[in-house]
Ligand binder design. Sequence first.
Ligand code: GTP
Ligand code: SPV
Ligand code: MN
Length: 594
Amino acid sequence: MALTTNKAVLDWIDEMSKMTTPDKIVWIDGSKKQIADLEKEACLTGEIIELNQEKLPGCYYHRTAVNDVARVEHRTFICAPSKEEAGPTNNWMDPKEAYKMASEIFKGSMKGRTMYVIPYSMGPVGSPFAKIGFELTDSIYVVLNMNIMTRVGQAVCDTLGNSTDFVRGLHSKCDIDEEKRYILQFPQDNTIWSCNSGYGGNVLLGKKCFALRIASYQGWKESWMAEHMLILGIENPKGEVKYVTAAFPSACGKTNLAMMIPPEGYTSKGYKVWTLGDDIAWLRVGPDGRLWAVNPEAGFFGVAPGTNMKSNPNALLSTEKGTIFTNVVLKPDGTVWWEGLDKNPPTDALDWKGNPWDPASGQKGAHPNSRFTAPAKNCPCIAKNWEDPAGVPISAIIFGGRRAKTAPLVYQSRDWDHGVFVGSIMASETTAAASGAVGVVRRDPMAMLPFCGYNMGDYWQHWIDMGKEIKNAPKIFNVNWFRLNENGKFMWPGYGENFRVLEWIIKRCEDQVDANVTPIGFVPKAEDINLEGLDYTIEGDRKFDIDALREILTVEKEYWMEDVKSIEEFYAKFGDKLPNELKSSLETLKKNFN
Ligand code: GTP
Ligand code: SPV
Ligand code: MN
């Protein structure tokens, strides 16, 4: 039965079902009984596999098609009225043509299948930050994931009432045909069409498609921001909590930073890190004029490989119940494994493709972009106020990427506009989170390259304009946990030790510590990063000490001048859309080096 009498919703569902011709339509209320029935049904068809319910209660396993394991940026389109509105960094398709082309693909695609109608809220239901969407899908896997990642059900429809302000998402697996796979965003129509994929970021339409691509456009129009950022709280021994957001590209450490445990020397004094979100932040100017943030999601769709009790115990503990594992190794006892979980790869397990797996074969058992979908409420360090409809006030914004050279461990921008410049010149090595080559440095402004729903030049201008509206604007920083030595080994220990850098950032926000003025901004004096109790040996090399720290804090002119060339080429694509503030920051950077 329909959960709403909203005519705009019902008319649209009618239109979509006439096109896709499902055998039946089922509304998702997210009740325990309904979800359990769907789990049972999906187990019968093999869409999911029940895991060991004693060891992993409420957990299931799923494999995607071998050709469908990551986001497909080359098949993702912003269908704005003109190419200029999508901008030089997005693929563009004319909306009329896109609807026409995709209608052919969707025609009859749900024949013999059920269409599930998922009403969902991004953000706590009824929060001033929250937005409502509907996803129509022919995949139970999608329903089960959306039920973890978003707030689903009747309360959402009640909150919407008769409003037409909702995002219309249509998804069909079709035949998982790579050649007909399209992820289409129509920002002007609040519409998303996704076909021929079953992989998370392409099909959980509340996530990247809505909460970033559509929402970034809405934020531009409505004076708020949708960002690819984690949100965390840092509690000091006095019990005061400061909140920061951090934008890193896909598979560059957001989940890890969001759930980090500070080193022993800090926890014993009473420092604590609280998680509010691990992937997306919606930011608004609050009643006090400061910038406030809400995590629009309700779960974590996290990278499995590398997650273990040492690197990220809180993530691992979050996956002990009610979790869906995708494309990891399946063990005969109904538990799961992935590279970097522990040093004991199973010898009698099935790999992510479902084939018997020999760890000695040199082939990976789990796909590098294998993931877990875990409810946020499972997380041992989830902040008590993570669902506060008002959000949390932000003291610092941190940008960061995966750079072998060039970017120092941490630096601070001179002011908001310079901070926008620092975000706009972010670059990072590509990862397995998107299809295509891995390890290639590309410019990825604000970690939003694949997610900005409009012209990135307008997006930068929006950042600059927002700076004028925020009182006591957050300070802006850039970090790089990934500097390599000449043997290609990570110099900085990373993970929980990143707290040492967070401490410096918070001290800077409170004017408690000096810094070196460099051509790129403020860089810490090595003595000001606390290395007490740090015991780390750079692989095959020496112990990490203050001299190693000095090395990763260096700002090398030669590398930066190379970067300047690449930034100039990148900026040139934007023509008049490039804000003057960024142009002049680039000039200042060049001048500072010469
Ligand atoms: P998405 O979910 O794709 O947006 O990724 P994410 O930004 O949340 O990345 P995540 O925290 O899952 O980390 C991805 C990979 O980076 C994992 O293999 C981690 O082990 C590795 N990683 C995370 N933090 C650090 C760090 O501080 N140092 C090093 N060397 N690696 C890290
Ligand atoms: C990312 O790729 O940034 C992710 C995973 O967080 S996905 O949902 O696939 O986009
Ligand atoms: Mn992400």
